[in-house]
Design a protein around this ligand. Sequence first.
Ligand code: ATP
Length: 211
Amino acid sequence: MDRGLTNNDMLAIGLTGGIGSGKTQVSDHFAELGVPIIDTDIIARERVAPGQPALADIATAFGRDILTPEGHLNRRALRQLIFDQPDKRRQLEEILHPRIRAEVRSRLRTLATPWCIIVIPLLLESTQQDLVQRILLVDAPAELQLSRTMLRDNVEADEVRKIMASQASRQSRLDLADDVIVNEGSLEQLWQEVEKMYQFYNHLASSCQNH
Ligand code: ATP
């Protein structure tokens, strides 16, 4: 896949995958191996903290009911509001995405490593693909996504199924990914896959730099 470079020598790998596929496990293991991780979910949460301009814009767009009495973002209310209203989802993305992109770009400028991971859960559903040069997909069978998420979040199957249905299909993710880690075994097997990918990206980044 041919995408523009985000800064001079940095190879930015976009890590993505559906709900409960194992992105956090994978990015945590890359971090243990010393790879810098930029997590757009964490950046998004920081941008909507009380006092941040993005939170004020969200309250203006969706009404003050989207805030808790203490002035925090009511995530559940927001999720419900945008869930089946694509225009509202787009409005939210217009508020958040430029801010997230600016923050990702500024963090990339501070890194001195040959490559890094940018976690973008909805990379394939969004317009953020130009932030990365390669897409690494964490792929898991739907039944495992479902059972792992139910166990982790203590939620009903229907709730998870609804979220899965709103995300890109497994096949369309596989079609767009450059690299795939299949997460259908044990955590130890997953870490071995991460380590293989780590070696591969080390080679790739050094061969990019030599050209
Ligand atoms: P989300 O998009 O919902 O944030 P995620 O893609 O980050 O999810 P994780 O949180 O990494 O997914 O994994 C979901 C749950 O499944 C976690 O509780 C995690 O510990 C567990 N899990 C992931 N992979 C495995 C595995 N191979 N074996 C056992 N448990 C696993």
